[in-house]
Design a protein around this ligand. Sequence first.
Ligand SMILES: [Zn+2]
Length: 244
Amino acid sequence: MDLAILGSGAAFSATGFNAGYLVDAGLLLDCGAPVTGLLPKMGRSVGDLETLVISHLHGDHVLNLPVLIATRLVQHPDLPPLRLIGPRGTQEHVAELGRLTFGPEFWDELVAANGPRIEEWEDGRSSRLGGYQLTAYEVAHSERLHCLAFSVESQGVSLGYSGDTTYCDGIRRLARSVQYLLCECTGWSAPAPIHLWRDEVEELMKEAPSTRFILTHLGERRPVPGALLASDGLRLTLRPGAPD
Ligand SMILES: [Zn+2]
């Protein structure tokens, strides 16, 4: 499984673009990064995308969705519709974002014929998507939003993605069930409200000693012993069994 980091920065930090992670060529996790401009630099195309997975509806995870959806529809009108999976509220939120971004007439006309097929998932739902088994884990992040983390499994490799979360049951279950965990670490010097910070990440690492942690959503780019730090443009090949 190939993993490309498009954006490794927290919402309000200068460490990198906002959230965006490409799995192989066709699966995108979150869309806060300027994905349409970044994919060609990695030799990829919006036309390769088949599935978008959204962890929650904060802007640093979704604000580039309208541009991505519209670009794919304009450049590749004959492709099958994207499958878009997100938490409760995704359908309405994507429609609002699209209309705000491009105007209601253009947006509604554009997506009416071939727009994404949106599914709102709950904790524990699991489904086969092409070559991937995707499973949702509810996490506690914002009191106002339904927030999900996910695991993606393919060909003996399992990758977890925390989305944004506090130290909660959902992220602890996910950390123990995957080989690799793309895990948010918003705070390094001090606790970060509604997020994970270094001490909590280190606690998770102790609870899941065989899981390889890749830290992202970084408020500061500082190391945590035993974990890999994500950076924009980083590409990793994930193999079965987490390496040391
Ligand atoms: Zn958030």
